[in-house]
Design a protein around this ligand. Sequence first.
Ligand code: FAD
Length: 476
Amino acid sequence: MADNLKPTLVWLRDDLRLADNPALTAGAKIAAPLVVLYILDEMSEGIRPLGGASKWWLHGSLDALGKALAEQGQTLVLRHGPAQEVLLELAAEIDAGHVFWNRRYGGGERAVDAAIKTALKEKGAAVESFQANLLFEPWTVRTKADQPFRVFTPFWNACRAQTPRAPLPAPKTLPAPLANLRSDDLESWKLLPTRPDWAGDLRANWTPGEAGAQSRFQAFRAERLKDYAAHRDEPAADASSRLSPHLRFGEISPFQLWHGVSPEALGDTAKIRQANIDKFLSEIGWREFSWHLLFHQPDLATRNFQPRFDAFPWPAVNETALVAWQQGRTGIPIVDAGMRELWQTGFMHNRVRMITASFLIKNLMVDWRIGEAWFWDTLVDADAANNPASWQWVAGSGADAAPYFRVFNPVLQGEKFDAKGDYVRTHVHELADVPAKHIHAPWKAGGVAGYPEPIVDLGATRERALRAFAQMREDD
Ligand code: FAD
């Protein structure tokens, strides 16, 4: 077979979309049969296995992608196993001429990709990787002293001085697939829960896949962007985009978002103040920042970004208190509302993530890694960078972190950001009839039958956390 007719292999990973997918676009341009591959890799060293909620999402996303490819006469080939073994085997099986993928930034992922690239090149295949999932490559954004940024604002200022490339359209046509290639049956991967099927509320709340991502983004631009800056911190307001799981699986790209909120794309900008756009972009910036941190510290989920926190005197875990937190039965309404929202829908509002994380770390004195692992298992947007970076931010051990001595008071936070108590009432049904003035501290009004008393005293545990922090600093 002449070289230019050897099949092209496009390996999709956290980029489960057709539009703005440079690897797929490159594959579409070559006049050769095209094989589009996804590998479920739970075995390679350094690759973190997915949590339960993410598995549920992945199933839906692959199902949607398979259907979208089928509409173009293409097929999604599914294979399971260590990526290096699986990919090299398939590349040999089809005698691939070109192999394309979009870059990943986790430590384990980069090691796998580098080893595959070397092996493929030795076999004579043309291998190319592309920038698709981050607006700014982590090695390109550096301080004047040529160091990675440790503080968000100067990082983001440096980023905003540049303009990311325009997003690519989906290929109009795709080359034909190779016939008779073996592919796993998606169902056989058993990504969906069965006994029990806990995913009912996930199905009701989410539409995994590129089309779902696009319609959520369009609705956000049309209805909520204009109030984003003012209301994004109110959990009852539904003012944020809820694009995080779509971004996590690459069903929409940050390039599409960046350019999608530009004045040209928005058209009538009179209704949408620039402050809203800037705020939204800066949240995308926090995602970039987290990924840059992970790039420079691949073990961000297990190691304190600030080494002095290694000396933090975590007490033995109180299992009863930990389970109460996980199940949303701490007796602190805003904490319980958040933890129940998470369990039921696979999502939690950002403000409440901060409150629940602070409560676990500082009031219950549980190591942030334990909370991070729970979120990893239960969030549909569980993200290898955003999750540990955010937990470390709350703990005070992270980059540009909230200082450890900032202990969120969940009652005051509730009164400020859920003033009418609507968010609490939505998720904590026992409190449905409690008036707003008591909803965030019902124990002060005699308590509510069926709803627990607070499992800890907020003031005393705050003092205990501050003492532990002071001890760590003395030992420093
Ligand atoms: P929007 O406000 O619409 O923001 C748009 C996008 O910007 C988000 O989809 C997300 O990709 C990004 N973003 C927003 N806020 C942040 C942030 N603080 N840090 C990094 N990126 C951000 N986000 C995840 O995507 N995955 C996680 O696993 C995750 N774990 C978190 C754990 C804790 C303890 C905390 C405090 C925050 C965590 N976040 C995580 C960040 C944030 O809570 C979510 O990204 C946000 O709530 C998603 O809602 P949205 O899509 O409506 O956000």
